[in-house]
Design a protein. Structure first.
Length: 128
């Protein structure tokens, strides 16, 4: 399947199954649920990753399990692009396609947690 089709499937799947349904993944480290919104889903889809197709396939099938099982690494208030509604980010480590990957969980001023991105790197020196 071509990448354009995979991206479309990932966007539709996450919108219908996670965002619209209000799904949350409880993590005891946060004492809260990680929720999903379309801004975060689009960021997850658009963020570069190698192997990109494996990341998109995770969004289509397996995202909830991967988030539930990921290893908690810590919290940082560091933001590369500061947003007034964001207090900082929690990071979780996972593996996608045999490669280490990180879930970036955005914590808002309302103390809500949203999956914001899936990346290959962290700001290690900024973890608190």
């Amino acid at each position: 399947m071509d990448l354009k089709t995979l991206r479309r499937l990932a966007k539709e799947r996450t919108r219908l199954d996670l965002v619209v349904q209000g799904v949350g993944i409880y993590r005891k480290e946060l004492d809260a649920e990680i929720r999903f919104n379309m801004a975060g889903m689009k960021e997850c889809i658009n963020q570069p990753f190698n192997p990109y197709a494996d990341k998109i396939n995770l969004l289509i099938s397996g995202l909830e399990e991967a988030l539930a099982c990921a290893t908690y690494l810590g919290f940082t208030t560091f933001q590369t692009h500061p947003k007034p509604h964001v207090l900082g980010y929690h990071y979780f480590k996972t593996e996608i396609g045999g490669k280490t990957a990180y879930f970036n969980i955005q914590m808002t001023v309302q103390k809500q947690h949203f999956l914001y991105s899936i990346t290959e790197t962290l700001h290690w020196d900024q973890l608190e």
